[in-house]
Ligand binder design. Structure first.
Ligand SMILES: NC(=O)c1ccc[n+]([C@@H]2O[C@H](COP(=O)([O-])OP(=O)(O)OC[C@H]3O[C@@H](n4cnc5c(N)ncnc54)[C@H](OP(=O)(O)O)[C@@H]3O)[C@@H](O)[C@H]2O)c1
Length: 379
């Protein structure tokens, strides 16, 4: 494993971190976590040199932190930098924020949280966090030794992101960054800005939640014709690690084979290591990606729960798959034969609640009738 300095040189973090939002689960939803497989992944990751774990109070229907706390028993806790967050969804008042931090320490079975983030900061949630003095509470927890480094994650557009970088004396920030999304949200400009202000930058969704790891999509042709035997996941990860401003790349790995591959790629890649031909291949893949993917949903699940029960991320996964594969697709089969009635796009009543929460600003209520129309088979 390669390591990079963090916290103005005081820490050494692995360039690959384990994102704990996509642990293996039993069944189709976000929970229950498949405790045995998930624990094996966490521990194997640490044994392979990964020393950065990212969780949040909202992951896996609120069970994510408890799971991580259990998985790190047996001497693993002290081998990692543990990151968790203050999520707007988990707090409604200053007292809630204060209580959350002590609940998190209990759930994580730890006397400290190494990296603490304001989670998914939007214009609305920033106003709330400012109103209740969330950062003041976090700084007090830092003074007590309960928190070491303070940062934020955000999917907001660049201008707001830039202002946020300058709004506090942050240690780090977390952004969605991959070759297909280089121009949206914080993007390349945001990455450079944060790094120039001395923030460490942690990258999330380097594979766009798994979409960029697929090898059955048209935009992968660029990789196939490159003459290199790198998988789509390897191309994407190498692109992110090519940026010298990036500290840690979080990937959600829910199979041992993924962990194995990503650890290998972490060792073989590095800042400014891609040549001009490889960068041109990635440009071609991005152009093809832009023209093929209809709905840029990364399945982060922030839109959930839908008041009607629609499984919004699943609907977009099936829809994108359908559009990318054409004809009678896997998406159509899954929609008609392998999805609970209540979760179907046809149940959307366009209330718009999900649109306020979607980090990608998707017009869900306009898209859902289209998804239903195109995926539903006539009797
Ligand atoms: N703070 C925030 O607002 C926020 C938002 C999003 C994420 N995050 C954090 O960032 C972490 C990383 O984001 P992410 O989970 O979206 O990461 P990601 O690496 O973009 O996507 C993870 C998915 O990619 C697939 N994958 C990973 N390695 C692979 C490989 N070698 N070959 C084939 N497929 C591979 C798996 O998909 P399959 O499941 O299809 O196999 C996996 O579930 C999250 O887990 C979470 O901790 C934070």
């Amino acid at each position: 494993m390669r390591y990079r300095p963090f916290g103005r040189g005081k820490e050494r973090v692995s360039v690959l971190g384990l994102g704990c939002m996509r642990m293996p689960v039993l069944g189709d939803g976000f929970s229950p976590i498949d405790e045995e497989r998930a624990t094996a992944i966490v521990r194997s990751a640490i044994e392979r040199g990964i020393n950065y774990l990212d969780t949040a109070p909202t992951y896996h229907d609120g069970t994510g932190e408890d799971f991580v706390g259990r998985a790190l028993q047996g001497g693993y806790r002290d081998k990692v930098h543990l990151a968790t967050k203050m999520s707007r969804k988990a707090v409604d008042s200053r007292e809630d924020c204060r209580q959350l931090i002590s609940d998190q320490l209990r759930r994580l079975r730890s006397d400290r949280i190494d990296m603490y983030l304001l989670h998914n900061v939007t214009k609305d949630s920033w106003r709330f966090f400012e109103d209740v003095g969330a950062l003041d509470l976090i700084e007090r927890a830092r003074d007590r030794g309960e928190i070491s480094y303070v940062g934020f994650s955000s999917h907001e557009e660049r201008d707001f992101f830039m202002d946020l970088v300058d709004a506090h004396d942050w240690d780090f920030c977390q952004i969605q960054f991959n070759y297909a999304d280089r121009g949206i949200q914080a993007g390349e400009e945001g990455l450079r800005h944060a790094a120039s202000r001395g923030l460490e930058v942690v990258v999330m969704e380097p594979l766009k939640g798994g979409i960029l790891a697929r090898d059955d999509l048209p935009f992968m042709e660029a990789f196939r014709s490159s003459g290199k035997d790198w998988s789509p996941a390897e191309w994407s990860l190498r692109w992110v690690w090519d940026w010298p401003q990036v500290s840690v790349v979080l990937s959600g790995m829910n199979e041992m084979a993924q962990l194995e591959e990503n650890c290998r790629v972490a060792e073989e890649s590095g800042p400014l290591s891609l040549g001009p031909e490889e960068l041109r291949t990635l440009e071609r893949a991005k152009e093809s990606f832009d023209s093929s993917l209809q709905v840029p949903c990364s399945s982060c699940g922030y839109c959930l729960p839908c008041p009607q029960g629609v499984n919004i991320p699943r609907m977009f996964t099936l829809y994108n798959n359908h559009l990318l594969s054409g004809g009678r697709s896997w998406g159509v089969t899954m929609y008609n034969f392998a999805t609970a009635e209540a979760e179907l796009a046809g149940n959307c009543v366009a209330c718009g609640e999900c649109e306020e929460k979607c980090p990608q600003d998707l017009l869900v209520s306009e898209l859902m009738p289209r998804v239903h129309r195109e995926l539903l088979l006539d009797d």
